[in-house]
Design a protein around this ligand. Sequence first.
Ligand code: ADP
Ligand code: MG
Length: 243
Amino acid sequence: MNTLSLNGVNKHYGQNHALVDFDYDFHDGVYGLLGPNGAGKSTMMNLITQNIPADPDSEILWNGEDIKKLQAKYRRKIGFMPQQQELYPSFTASRFVGYLAALKGIKKEKIRDEVERVLDLVELSEQADQKLGGFSGGMKQRVLIAQALLGNPKLLILDEPTAGLDPKQRVITRNLISRLSKDKIVIISTHIVSDIETIADRILLIKQGELIDEGTVPELCEKVKTGEKNLENLYMQYYGDEQ
Ligand SMILES: Nc1ncnc2c1ncn2[C@@H]1O[C@H](COP(=O)(O)OP(=O)(O)O)[C@@H](O)[C@H]1O
Ligand SMILES: [Mg+2]
């Protein structure tokens, strides 16, 4: 069992306080990070993955150890799918994932098997030698999920993995994530309730950089004040005044 702890984590971009006194302990399981655009979801993921530094005095611990001290030892445990990522259209799926495997430091002699393994997990084995330029949106997202699975990470961070997908592809991607989430911490961000409602063990609601509520879906639904006790209604309760 792994634990990722955020203790008093803050992030300012100049005057903009994007993440505010964030405290949370993640354990093995699936966590949905829910909130509208600009809430701070990507900021939090970029802090966890050490792509950007947190404000001083913020503390992020992996199994009790400061990630700033663990450095590469920690980064090897992470699989990350950033929100926006370019795919090289002329690369085949296996070449693209193989290239990222090399960057991730996977040993040369292991790359081939590892690429095969992760493409198989996302059900793209048959398309491994096809060029990414011809892939549908859903297939591209699955390639990006595949690269996040390289090296069997214990912490899997997926920033809006269903962005831009049609309903059918959303369901496929959602089921895929659910299947891949054994024995690890999985954090998925989205602004779409139905993406995570059925697969997240716990949901974190973020608004203007603050954690405004968290819990299992049934726990959260109990907090709906009027109407049907569903997560969409809770979302409206918290965010109905935005946009
Ligand atoms: N690189 C950056 N420089 C300045 N401000 C940023 C940067 N990235 C994000 N922000 C701001 O931080 C806040 C949170 O953004 P973000 O983490 O991208 O939210 P989300 O992923 O939930 O849409 C927003 O106000 C956004 O404008
Ligand atoms: Mg974002």
